[in-house]
Design a protein around this ligand. Structure first.
Ligand code: UD1
Length: 346
């Protein structure tokens, strides 16, 4: 092995979860971090924000991961790569229904290309961004990692189910390779400094950015999608998890594979707090921390919404030593600080 400091490659490093993970990697480890991001749904300014928080500048390679030749050239410039954290993917559920081929192509071709290169360069440690959407509509809550997949509710969710299978089968064929599949529940919030947060080019469809942008007047009042579900207040239940806690899990997962602590060469972990929160409870928390009333109305149910889902996170706690630190109020407060920092910028 080379004496050079090992490098961890983060695809989608300018994105929401990728950038928060880079911050945690820079603060918690000595690895060199290289990002690969073509800014298809992000912005190069992210690296300034990372630098303002960590004091460190991260190199980004502007490459489309679906372009194998270009990707190989980019990897050729990276010294002593030992691990990949693969975030880069499309994630808008509604778009995936309208543009399934775009989603299958982007989310799966990129994964296959990275695995081909990992094989060639013998990069053995791989962390994959999966999603709780792989479970579909389930009968029994909370979901554990053994809960069987139901039918995917969207092409996006299907790309995550297939992506997991690709990795599981690849690891079987290549026992030197180690993978961790992280199933995110609902990542929300921003860095607690308020200096980095979600800034996608898409108009937000997700609840928390919609709340904060609506509160500053960029977006119209929030519509709560249905209050007649069979839940404690009639609105849907989700397991919201602070983005920095999600990021911290990636650092732990990378150390876990590098230090050979895995029981089997593929590990799967749910990343949620284990608390189910309704839409109205999320709004109340926002109103409390922002000290203002949110203007909202109740509307129709949204097609394709899962009624309730939350995680059993025991396995990630036991195996990774992970323990999410932030509660709902911290998630909302950090999202609000970030929005105030951005002002009326989308
Ligand atoms: C979905 C996906 C998740 C994906 C995420 C990324 C599923 C089951 N989940 O999360 O895998 O990673 O998108 O985009 O497919 N809500 C409102 N009004 C709004 C917006 C949302 O009431 O304007 C409600 C929704 O009905 C839902 C909750 O807020 O109950 C959260 O919605 P959202 O933030 O869009 O996330 P998911 O749909 O849970």
């Amino acid at each position: 092995m080379s004496n050079q400091t090992p490098t961890i490659i983060v695809t989608g490093g300018a994105g929401y979860i990728g950038s928060h993970t880079i911050i945690e990697l820079l603060q918690q480890t000595d690895y060199i971090i290289v990002s690969i991001d073509n800014f298809s749904n992000s912005n190069a300014d992210t690296f300034d924000r990372i630098e303002s928080i960590t004091g460190k500048r991260v190199k980004n390679l502007n490459v489309d991961i679906c372009n194998l030749e270009a990707l190989e050239l980019a990897f050729g410039t990276i010294k002593n790569p030992i691990g990949i954290i693969h975030f880069a993917a499309f994630k808008a559920v509604g778009d995936s229904v309208n543009m399934p081929l775009t989603y299958y192509h982007n989310n799966l071709e990129s994964l296959i290309n990275l695995l081909k290169i990992s094989e060639k360069l013998q990069i053995k440690n791989f962390i994959f961004s999966s999603s709780c959407s792989v479970y579909g509509n389930v009968d029994k809550l909370p979901v554990t990692e053994d809960t069987p997949f139901s039918k995917a509710e969207s092409p996006y969710a299907h790309t995550k189910q297939i992506g997991e299978d690709i990795l599981i089968n690849y690891v079987k064929s290549n026992p030197a390779f180690k993978a961790v599949l992280l199933r995110y529940f609902n990542p929300v919030g921003a860095h607690n400094s308020g200096l980095n947060g979600e800034l996608s080019k898409d108009k937000p469809n997700n609840l928390v950015p919609f709340i904060t942008q609506s509160a500053v007047g960029i977006l119209p009042p929030l519509t709560v999608f249905g209050d007649d579900y069979d839940t404690r207040d009639g609105s849907c239940i989700r397991d919201y998890i602070h983005v920095s806690d999600i990021a911290d899990a990636h650092v732990k997962a990378m150390n876990y594979v590098i230090n050979d602590n895995q029981k089997t060469n593929t590990s799967i972990f749910n990343l949620g707090t284990g608390n189910g929160v309704t839409v109205f409870e999320a709004i109340q928390s926002f109103e409390k921390v922002s000290e203002q009333k949110l203007n909202y109305k109740v509307g129709e149910r949204r097609a394709g919404d899962v009624i309730k889902i939350y995680a059993n996170n025991n396995l990630a706690k036991q195996e990774l030593g992970w323990d999410p630190k932030n509660g709902l109020d911290e998630m909302m407060l950090s999202a609000w600080k970030w929005q105030l920092n951005l002002g009326k910028q989308k």
